[in-house]
Design a protein around this ligand. Structure first.
Ligand code: AMP
Ligand code: GLY
Length: 421
C-alpha cells in the first residue's frame, strides 16, 4: 500500500514512524515532512494547505490512503475534496472540523448537547467584552474564535491583562479574522488531561490517556505554547473519570454531531480539565494532538494502517485495538524565543548518539537538512524526545538522559515533564 501523510511536525513524524512498522505499507510519502521524516518516508515539496497539489499528487502516484495531521487542511475541507474525488482519507469533513476551527461553534454545540464545559459568552464588540470582564472579574479566559496555532487562548489574572488580550485579538487582529469573535469563559481550576479517540462516526475506540504541558516554563509558568511535553497514561483519568468522559463527552459529541447531520470520522481529541473528578471540555480538536501523539502511538501494538483503513471505510467495529502496558513520556526541545520569534538554521548536535539508546525515539518537528547536509533547526518546536518505561518515572529518566546528548544554540525545554506524577 502507498500512504500519504500530510504535515511536517512531531505528530506527523510519529504517524509516519508507526506506519513504517506496518507489514502492508510499502511506501510512505509525507507532504512536506521534515529531516527526521525523510529518513523513513519520501518527503514531497507540497505544503499541507495546498489542497489542489495534494489531490493531484494522490491521483498521479495512486496513493491508497491519506492521513491528515494538522487542523488547517481539515478546516479548509481536504476531506470533502478527497471524498468528492473518490480517494480514501482519514479525517473529519470541513463541517465536522468546525468543532476545532470555531470555538464559538464548539461552545454552542456543547451547550446544545449538554456536554460539560465552562460557562461562557460570545462577543463581537470590544467594549461589550470589556464590560463583561469588568462585571465578572478575574481570573477569566479569553479565546479567539478561529484557529490560532494553539496561541489564541489567554488565561488572564487581572483586568489590565484582559484588556491587553482583547486588544491584541479584537483590535490589533494578531490572529486575523480568527479574532472577529471572542469566547469569554469562566476559569476552571483542576488538572488537565488529553483524551483522544478513533471513530468512524459510529464506533468509538479510545486511545490511551495522556497529559500535555502547554505552558512554556516549569511549574506551568510563562505563555501557552503548542505543547512542551507529554506523558501517558494520565493517572488523573481513573476508570470512573474515563467512564464520565466517554458517557458525558465523547459519545454525546459524536451522537450530537450526527443529529446535526455530521458524521464525524477520524480522530476526536478532547482537551479536558478534571475538577473534583469531573471532566469539563476546554476544547475539542479534530486531529491527533502534538505532542500527545508522540506518547500515544509508541504504546500502540495494533497495526495502525488497519485502524486508519477501518475509519476511512466505516468498519471500525471490526477492529480490536491493543496497547502496550508501558508508560511513555516526551520532552519537547524548542528554539530560543518560542512561542514568539526564533532563529532558524542552527545546527543540531548529538542526534546520532541517541539513535542507539534503548526505549528512546527522537521525533523531529521543526528540522531540515541544510545545503551542506546537516540537520538544522527549522521551527519553534524542534524535537520531541520520547522514552518508554515501566512507569512514568522510568520513562522520564530515560527521556531526560537522552536529552542530555542533544544540543543546539538557545535550546530550551521544560525540566518538569512528568515530575511527581
Ligand atoms: P484551549 O486551546 O482552549 O485548550 O486552551 C489552551 C489552554 O488554556 C488549556 O490547555 C488550558 O491550560 C488553558 N485554559 C483554556 N480554557 C480554560 C479554562 N476555562 N479554565 C482554565 N484554563 C483554561
Ligand atoms: N498538544 C495540544 C494540541 O495538539 O493541540
Amino acid at each position: 500500500m502507498k500512504v500519504l501523510v500530510v504535515g511536517s511536525g512531531g505528530r506527523e513524524h510519529t504517524i509516519v514512524w508507526k506506519l513504517a512498522q506496518s507489514k502492508v505499507v510499502d511506501r510512505i510519502y509525507c507532504a512536506p515532512g521534515n529531516a527526521g521524516i525523510s529518513e523513513i518516508a519520501e518527503c514531497i515539496e507540497v505544503e499541507s494547505k495546498d489542497l489542489s497539489a495534494l489531490i493531484d499528487f494522490v491521483k498521479y502516484e495512486w496513493i491508497d490512503l491519506t492521513v491528515v495531521g494538522p487542523e488547517e487542511p481539515l478546516a479548509q475541507g481536504i476531506v470533502d475534496l478527497f471524498i468528492k474525488e473518490g480517494r480514501r482519507i482519514v479525517g473529519p469533513t470541513k463541517a465536522a472540523a468546525q468543532i476545532e476551527a470555531s470555538k464559538v461553534f464548539a461552545k454552542d454545540f456543547m451547550k446544545r448537547h449538554n456536554i460539560p464545559t465552562a460557562d461562557y459568552k460570545i462577543f463581537t464588540s470590544y467594549t461589550h467584552a470589556e464590560d463583561y470582564i469588568r462585571l465578572k472579574g478575574t481570573p477569566i479566559v479569553i479565546k479567539a474564535d478561529g484557529l490560532a496555532a494553539g496561541k489564541g487562548v489567554f488565561v488572564v489574572q487581572s483586568f489590565e491583562e484582559a484588556q491587553q488580550a482583547l486588544r491584541l485579538i479584537m483590535k490589533e487582529k494578531i490572529f486575523g479574522s480568527s479574532g472577529d469573535r471572542v469566547v469569554i469563559e469562566d476559569y476552571l481550576s483542576g488538572t488537565e488531561a488529553s483524551y483522544l479517540v478513533f471513530t468512524d462516526g459510529q464506533t468509538i475506540i479510545p486511545m490511551v490517556t495522556s497529559k500535555d504541558h502547554k505552558r512554556l516554563l516549569d511549574n506551568d509558568q510563562g505563555p501557552n505554547t503548542g505543547g512542551m511535553g507529554t506523558y501517558s497514561p494520565n493517572p488523573v483519568i481513573t476508570p470512573e473519570v474515563e467512564r464520565a468522559i466517554l458517557e458525558k463527552i465523547i459519545k454525546p459529541a459524536i451522537k450530537g454531531l450526527k443529529k446535526e447531520g455530521i458524521t464525524y470520522k477520524g480522530i476526536l481529541y478532547a482537551g479536558l480539565m478534571i475538577v473534583n473528578n469531573k471532566p469539563y471540555v476546554l476544547e475539542f480538536n479534530c486531529r491527533f494532538g502534538d505532542p500527545e501523539t508522540q506518547v500515544i502511538l509508541p504504546r500502540l501494538e495494533t497495526d495502525i494502517i488497519d485502524i486508519f483503513m477501518a475509519i476511512a471505510e466505516g468498519q471500525l467495529n471490526k477492529i480490536n485495538v491493543k496497547w502496550k502496558d508501558e508508560a511513555s513520556l516526551c520532552v519537547v526541545l524548542a528554539s530560543e524565543g518560542y512561542p514568539g520569534k526564533y532563529k532558524k538554521g542552527l545546527p543540531i548536535l548529538g542526534l546520532d548518539r541517541v539513535k542507539s539508546l534503548k526505549d528512546v525515539i527522537v521525533f523531529h518537528a521543526g528540522t531540515k537538512f541544510s545545503e551542506e547536509g546537516n540537520i538544522v533547526t527549522n521551527g519553534g518546536r524542534v524535537l520531541g524526545v520520547t522514552a518508554l518505561g515501566k512507569t512514568i518515572n522510568e520513562a522520564r529518566q530515560k527521556a531526560y538522559s537522552a536529552v542530555e546528548f542533544i544540543s543546539f544554540e538557545g535550546m530550551q525545554y521544560r525540566k518538569d515533564i512528568g515530575l511527581n506524577v
